[in-house]
Design a protein. Structure first.
Length: 255
């Protein structure tokens, strides 16, 4: 398809041969595409093809092989994300998840919009940890995991404290915990918030204040979900885990 227009987000770029580049862009209308940019350093839109850049592009979309860019306009860089090491790490993680969640060339405008809104919230300095929890939980369905934190899988009661069962892919109330002796016993607030995060609309995200201790509990639970249901390993996630350790050290130093 020649000379088509679409909005997109630069996922990453890498050098190709001596002067050229390959740039992967998640487009709103055509999914993720790999674009070939000849003589990238001399290209008139080279500055618009940096990571964390939204843009409008005109180009040729090829289902087989590389696609090509004819023109770029209305490029917008996420300034805060690019300037803050924590924001950059979390944004990279969300981009990495979106990249592996669907095959290349597959149209998925809802995922594109969800990723854009998540990055916008991080750019606006909304709690990046909470935004990441919401993104992780809601994107799990793209990996085939359909989880329900709202009710017991056996009696469907919603008014009792619940544990999580990997065996039954859902929650067990106190009357049915004996169905799985290897169930994961959780802080009730973890189940409550994960249920809320699964359903929340980022366009209407309320102000959410969560203690650092509870964030750590949610982090451990979601990590377990990803290990069990997806097996996905994103490089930026390991970097975030290391950064969180440094954040704790810096807090201690301040005290």
């Amino acid at each position: 398809m020649k000379n088509v227009e679409t909005r997109g987000l630069v996922l990453f770029s890498r050098n190709y041969r001596e002067q050229d580049k390959l740039v992967k862009i998640f487009t709103e209308s055509f999914g993720k595409r790999m674009f070939f940019v000849k003589n990238a350093s001399k290209s008139k839109f080279s500055s618009s093809l940096q990571n964390f850049t939204q843009l409008d592009l005109l180009g040729t979309m090829n289902d087989d092989g590389l696609s090509f860019i004819s023109d770029v306009s209305d490029a917008r860089v996420y300034k805060y994300i690019n300037s803050d090491i924590f924001a950059q790490a979390y944004a990279s993680y969300l981009i990495g998840l979106a990249d592996v969640a669907i095959p290349d060339n597959q149209y998925d405008a809802p995922l594109y919009g969800f990723l854009m809104k998540s990055l916008d919230l991080i750019e606006d300095k909304i709690d990046m940890v909470v935004v990441t929890f919401i993104f992780e939980l809601q994107v799990m369905s793209r990996f085939g995991a359909q989880l329900d934190f709202s009710q017991c899988v056996f009696c469907h009661r919603t008014d009792l404290p619940m544990d999580f069962s990997y065996k039954y892919n859902g929650c067990l109330c106190r009357q049915h915990v004996d169905k799985d002796m290897t169930r994961e016993h959780l802080d009730p607030n973890v189940i409550f918030l994960c249920h809320a995060f699964m359903a929340i609309d980022l366009e209407k995200l309320p102000s959410i204040n969560i203690s650092d201790e509870l964030k750590k509990k949610i982090r451990l639970f979601i990590d377990g979900l990803y290990d069990h249901y997806t097996g996905v390993q994103i490089k930026a996630k390991k970097f975030i885990d290391g950064l969180d350790g440094w954040a704790d050290i810096m807090k201690d130093d301040v005290k």
